[in-house]
Write a protein that binds this ligand. Sequence first.
Ligand SMILES: Nc1nc2c(c(=O)[nH]1)N[C@H]1C(S)=C(S)[C@@H](COP(=O)(O)O)O[C@H]1N2
Ligand SMILES: [Mo]
Length: 250
Amino acid sequence: MISRRKLITTGLSATAGATGLVVAKNLAQHYGLIPPDSGGLYGPGETLTYAAQRILTSHSMAREFPRSELSQPPFSNGEPPKDEAYRRLQAGAFADWRLSIDGMVARPSTFSLAELKSYPTHSHITHLACEEGWSYIAEWTGVPLSRVLDRVGVLPQAKYVVYFSFEPGWWDSIDMADALHPQTLIAHGMNGTALPANFGGPLRMRVPRQLGYKNVKYIARLTLTDDLKRFGKGLGSASPEAGYAWYAGI
Ligand SMILES: Nc1nc2c(c(=O)[nH]1)N[C@H]1C(S)=C(S)[C@@H](COP(=O)(O)O)O[C@H]1N2
Ligand SMILES: [Mo]
């Protein structure tokens, strides 16, 4: 990650020069494309990556694969939460799991897993890539996030969806371009079964246009906001607090 960023920053400085970065930053500012982690040493690089991708590719689709390319078996990077509360929910087949949505919405709401599963589903076979270098291809099934957002009525001033895991410390956010992207799912299924606990069951944010860490598992709450500064250290997610980019588009 660091080397990739160094590459971006150095590469950009070399080709565009410091003046180019300033021009890019002004352009980004003009279009409202400043990521929350735009400060600091890598800030100009983050801003340029985000703005360039949004201007050039915001509507493009993540690549989808044929069934023959499903990873056998898919690789899970971690175990489900070990606490009592999660185990109790799991023992009850997550019948008591709730996803609440609040913030800049007309109708703050709480959804059960059964409700979410009753909505029309969308599936895609896509690649999930961890920034650490490994990846797998799986079929994801869920409710498009855009449909759920329609139900709660997003207010026009909302610019980001912030999502929180049941697992403490895991939260992230995406802009409305990613939130409304047709492949972005609140996933409840994987490879034809209910989403296994290892892979984030019962609910996971599946954002195939972004790297693994943006795909937060055990989703329990979403909030709509126009300002990411209000959350955590103000960098838009737990990941930039640990040195990763807020915008992890691929
Ligand atoms: N709640 C939660 N979500 C998470 C993580 C985690 O540890 N806890 N790891 C993230 C990281 S770094 C990656 S790469 C992917 C890994 O997904 P996988 O377990 O399906 O391989 O989940 C992301 N979402
Ligand atoms: Mo990761």
